[in-house]
Each structure stands twice: as structure tokens, then as C-alpha cells.
Design a protein around this ligand. Structure first.
Ligand SMILES: CCCCCCCC/C=C\CCCCCCCC(=O)SCCNC(=O)CCNC(=O)[C@H](O)C(C)(C)COP(=O)(O)OP(=O)(O)OC[C@H]1O[C@@H](n2cnc3c(N)ncnc32)[C@H](O)[C@@H]1OP(=O)(O)O
Ligand SMILES: CCCCCCCCCCCCCCCC(=O)OC[C@@H](O)COP(=O)(O)O
Length: 273
């Protein structure tokens, strides 16, 4: 039973609970988000020690430790994942994975399905988030400067080489920022340039909209279910940089259609927006 609005983290409200047990949405939201941040900070510090002891330094192998820890977070918040299509991750060699990005809570969805040998592209500002920055660094995350296309391009072209050499998958959030509107922002093209440069497939992943249980604007944060669908890989062999716009548009429309379907959004809404 979903936690009613205004209950403590992770504890579904009991119908008979009086006013004493109920919190205002704002207080509930602040407590739950604050608890998430503290959980991330504390677990990052502990995981960093484990990563250094087990793997010695920055390596994608640390993602297994991070994944194991973050997968437990959903229980604290009453979140459930319903996953389909994991077999689509089983591609020979590296691939570019692209997914929608709604909130800092996405880290739970990311780790719920993260395949082995997969790192993410993240904004360089993440490095300065204390122990969270440290664990993200140790996990092998690729940092880009979103404000400088040229430097970001250079980083991404390096990634195109190393990912093939090291057989690593790269997870990119092509919207380039969080977006909790229930729709998709226009896609940045870097992920698709990367896939074509490396001649590796693109695997779209779609998370259903969080709006039914999470909305920072209305201070909504209760328990809920998130549907996740891993879509079939899109081959890029033989494509050239001239095909980037088409590939980007194709991924965008497939993912948007899936997002609406998973979120139970009426199809006619697609035409009105
Ligand atoms: C143990 C407890 C732990 C608890 C804590 C949890 C820890 C979890 C651990 C670990 C997981 C961590 C996960 C972190 C995740 C963070 C996610 C974020 O930070 S999201 C923000 C950063 N991501 C992006 O920004 C997307 C990628 N961005 C791009 O790819 C962009 O394209 C970018 C930055 C490369 C350029 O962006 P532009 O804003 O300039 O826009 P554009 O339209 O894409 O590009 C402009 C022109 O440049 C060309 N271009 C872009 N990339 C190119 C390239 N590589 N080569 C050639 N041309 C390129 C394009 O074709 C376009 O040109 P024409 O319009 O077509 O003429
Ligand atoms: C010492 C300083 C400590 C600062 C407080 C740290 C709070 C930890 C919060 C846990 C965050 C877990 C990682 C979240 C990754 C993420 O989702 O970052 C957002 C970016 O994708 C997009 O940023 P934006 O462009 O702002 O939407």
C-alpha cells in the first residue's frame, strides 16, 4: 500500500493514524530527500573504502560494489521496479546506453538495471559532491564540461577509442539535465556521435514518469512503482556523422512513445504537446 502523503521515510501510513503521525507535504518531502542525500553521502564514504581495499583505485569494476549498495535504497523509500527487456543488454562488445533522466532518484533506477562493465557520462560538477563525488570518480564515471562543447567533444572522442579497447559500455543521459515533467527534453547529440564514432549499437532505456509519486514543485514524494524497459539495440555499423541527426531523432521518438506507454499517458496527449 503506497505511503500516504506526510509519513516518515519508508513507513506506509496506517489508515487509523491521527494527525500526530502526519507531516505536511513540505516536511515529508524535505525529510525523504534529506534522508536520500545522507544515505548517499554515508554509503559513498563506506563504499569508497571498500572500493579502494578491493580494487585499489578508479576502475569500472567498482560499479559492482556501488550497484550492490544502491540497489538496497529502494526499500527505504517504498519504491518498486518492474523491469522488461534486460536481454537487450546482451550485445557483443561495447554499446552506448541512453535513458531519460528525471531526478537524483534516478541513481536507484540506474543501478537496478546497470549491466557489468558500464560507466556513465556525468557533469563535472558531480566531483565536488563530497563522498558522492569520490565514489563516482572511483566508479570510472566520465566527466564532461557541459558549458564547453569543444572540451566535451574532445572527452567524448577519447571515450570512443577507450570504450572499444576496454570493452566498456557507456551510459548517457541525452537530455543533458534532469526533467521531471513526464515528457522528454530535446536530445543532445553527443551520445549519438559517440556511438557512430565507435561504430557500436545504441540501447535505449526508458523509465516511467515519476510524477505519480515524486514532484519537487508540489513537494510530493511517496512510495511508488517505476516501470523500466530496455529497448532493442539500434545498430550504427556503416553510419557516418551525417546520420547523427536521424539516429538522434529515431531514438527520441522511440523513447518518447515508450515513456508515454509506460506512464499510462493517453496517446492523443502526444499530439497536443
Ligand atoms: C554507494 C552509494 C552511492 C550513492 C550515490 C550514487 C552514485 C552513483 C554512482 C555512479 C553513477 C553516477 C551517474 C551520474 C550521472 C550524472 C548524469 C548527468 O550529469 S547529466 C548531465 C551530463 N550529461 C550530458 O550533458 C549528456 C551528454 N551531453 C552531450 O552529449 C552533448 O552533446 C555535449 C555536452 C557533448 C554537447 O552539448 P551541447 O549543449 O553543445 O549540444 P549538442 O546539440 O549536443 O551539440 C552541439 C553541436 O555539437 C555537435 N556535437 C556534439 N557532440 C559531438 C561530438 N562528439 N563530435 C562531433 N560533433 C558533436 C552536435 O552535432 C551539434 O552540432 P549540430 O547542431 O549538429 O550542427
Ligand atoms: C560536501 C558537499 C556535499 C553535497 C551534498 C551531496 C548530496 C548527495 C546527493 C546524492 C546525489 C546522487 C548523485 C546524483 C547524480 C545526478 O542525478 O546529478 C544530477 C545531474 O544528473 C544533472 O544535474 P542538473 O543539470 O542540475 O539536472
Amino acid at each position: 500500500m503506497p505511503a500516504a502523503q506526510g509519513t516518515f521515510p519508508g513507513r506506509p501510513a496506517r489508515p487509523a493514524e491521527g494527525a500526530a503521525g502526519r507531516l505536511s507535504p513540505t516536511v515529508n518531502f524535505a525529510l525523504r530527500i534529506g534522508f536520500y542525500c545522507v544515505l548517499c553521502l554515508v554509503c559513498s564514504a563506506l563504499a569508497a573504502v571498500a572500493c579502494l581495499l578491493v580494487n585499489g583505485g578508479r576502475t569500472v569494476k567498482n560499479m559492482r560494489i556501488i550497484r550492490a549498495v544502491v540497489r538496497t535504497f529502494k526499500y527505504f523509500f517504498g519504491l518498486r521496479f518492474e523491469v522488461k527487456g534486460l536481454e537487450n543488454f546482451k550485445v557483443e562488445g561495447p554499446a552506448i546506453i541512453v535513458s531519460n533522466h528525471q531526478s537524483v532518484l534516478d541513481m536507484m533506477g540506474l543501478m537496478e538495471v546497470l549491466p557489468d562493465n558500464c560507466v556513465q557520462v556525468g557533469k563535472k560538477e558531480l566531483m565536488y559532491m563530497g563522498s558522492v563525488g569520490l565514489i563516482i570518480y572511483l566508479g570510472g564515471v566520465i566527466f564532461i564540461n557541459r558549458k564547453s562543447t569543444s572540451s566535451a567533444k574532445m572527452v567524448m572522442s577519447e571515450v570512443a577509442k577507450t570504450m572499444v579497447a576496454e570493452n566498456v559500455k557507456v551510459w548517457v543521459y541525452p537530455e543533458g539535465t534532469r526533467n521531471c515533467t513526464g515528457d522528454l527534453l530535446p536530445f543532445k547529440k553527443g551520445a549519438f556521435h559517440l556511438a557512430i564514432q565507435a561504430q557500436v549499437p545504441v540501447i535505449p532505456v526508458v523509465y516511467s514518469s515519476f510524477t505519480s509519486f515524486y514532484n519537487p514543485k508540489t513537494k510530493l514524494f511517496t512510495s511508488g512503482k517505476i516501470k523500466v524497459e530496455v529497448l532493442p539495440p539500434i545498430e550504427t555499423k556503416g553510419l557516418t556523422p551525417d546520420d547523427v541527426t536521424d539516429l538522434t531523432d529515431r531514438c527520441f521518438s522511440t523513447m518518447r512513445e515508450t515513456l508515454f506507454r509506460l506512464s499510462g499517458r493517453p496517446s492523443q496527449a502526444k499530439d497536443s504537446s
